[in-house]
Design a protein around this ligand. Structure first.
Ligand code: PLP
Length: 379
């Protein structure tokens, strides 16, 4: 089955309980056990084994093209649980040079007390990658925030295989509509399901997918650390997954239209979107991805003052951080997602104070283009 069919029918129980076409919420935490059942058969929310949870896991695995999946209480629960599964004291990790803020702060702030070592790699230069004797895993992101760089992901998979380490990718910005890492050979893929997978800016969740063996190890760690997803949030997430393809394709198309419009506008000095032919990763992103995603960033001539005037003049987007919802969101990373970095580190990373980041929604592209054009006229 193809992606959109899997989104609707993947993981569904046929017939559903009591003949229900829509899989219901099993809100109860306890389930009776049969004589002879072991601890592993217990159905309990924190053990991620209730019918609502296993249904969601099957749906996520189907969409990822993976053997197995498990849902977590947030994207951060997904990445921290994965790292606690793969690394022990004395182990070494390779990480992307640019990481989501929470992931970055977790690794840089906690690695030392956990006894983990890590090395930052340049994900665009495979020749520079090196493992140590104690290297256990490599962690990268498909599309990085906020400059929308696309790493050498096929080379990461090959490198991890060659050296016998586990490859892990945060696929939040791409979503499985634009890239399916498990199919491309990654050992583990995780998402902040808060973003595109849910897509309605109304719940926090995470997902982890990969081989049955690795996912079972992650689930075991998750059971101990306790970051399981509430069944009601899981129900909303499973419902949202059914429209994932429809939503993300519209977001891809809207983002491409806006990126092209902005790139040709005299008041815009720079646009970061891999769907534009002059983006530095356009060539390999075009081979790797089936869409360039709904995230882009850009700079206006006139600096912070122009950026603020522009944001205030827009009427369709909401000025807010986060991403992946049906509504267009716009923000300045320097004062939101990257406010924790020093000004100097930000400048070095290309995250200037006037950089504007856009999470494109599913509105009509014409309305977005008109709104952007009118707001730029006021700058
Ligand atoms: C939001 C986000 C996370 C963290 O997810 P939460 O659901 O907020 O815990 C991780 N990675 C990326 C790329 C994100 O955008």
């Amino acid at each position: 089955m193809r992606f959109d069919t899997l989104a609707v029918h993947g993981g569904e129980r046929v017939p559903g309980p009591e003949g229900s076409v829509v899989f219901p919420i099993f809100q109860g935490t306890v389930f009776t056990s049969e004589p002879g059942e072991s601890y592993h058969d217990i159905k309990y929310h924190r053990l991620n084994s209730t019918p609502s949870q296993t249904y969601l896991h099957d749906k996520l695995a189907a969409l990822e093209g993976a053997e197995a999946a498990v849902a977590t209480s947030s994207g951060m629960a997904a990445v921290t649980t994965i790292l606690h599964t793969l690394l022990g004291a004395g182990d070494h990790l390779l990480v992307n040079d640019v990481l989501y803020g929470g992931t970055h702060d977790f690794i840089t702030g906690q690695a030392q007390r956990l006894g983990w070592e890590y090395t930052v790699i340049d994900p665009y230069d495979p020749a520079s990658w090196e493992v140590r004797e104690n290297t256990k895993a490599v962690l990268v992101e498909t599309i990085t925030n906020p400059l929308m760089r696309v790493g050498r992901l096929r080379e990461i998979v090959a490198f991890a295989r060659e050296h016998g380490i586990v490859s892990v990718v945060d696929n939040t910005f791409a979503s499985p509509v634009n890239f399916r890492p498990a199919v491309a050979g990654f050992d583990l893929v995780f998402n902040s399901a808060t973003k595109y997978l849910n897509g309605h800016s109304d719940l926090v969740a995470g997902s982890v997918a990969g081989s049955a063996e690795l996912v079972e190890k992650v689930r075991h760690t998750l059971n101990l650390y306790g970051g399981s997803l509430d069944p009601h949030a899981g129900y909303l997430l499973a419902r949202s997954l059914k429209t994932l393809g429809v939503r993300v394709r519209q977001q891809n198309a809207n983002a491409q239209a806006l990126a092209e419009f902005l790139a040709s506008h005299p008041k815009i000095t720079h646009v970061n979107y891999a769907g534009l032919p002059d983006h530095q990763d356009h060539a390999h992103a075009s081979e790797l991805l089936s869409g360039y995603g709904g995230m882009l960033s850009f700079r206006l001539a006139g600096g912070v003052r122009a950026a603020e005037t522009f944001l205030a003049a827009l009427t369709v987007p909401a000025v807010a951080p986060s991403l992946g919802g049906v509504e267009t969101l716009i923000t300045r990373p320097a004062v939101t997602s990257h406010a924790g970095m020093s000004q100097e580190d930000r400048e070095n990373a290309g995250i200037t104070d006037d950089l504007i980041r856009l999470s494109v929604g599913i509105e009509d592209a014409e309305d977005l283009l008109t709104d952007f054009a009118e707001a730029l006229d006021k700058v």
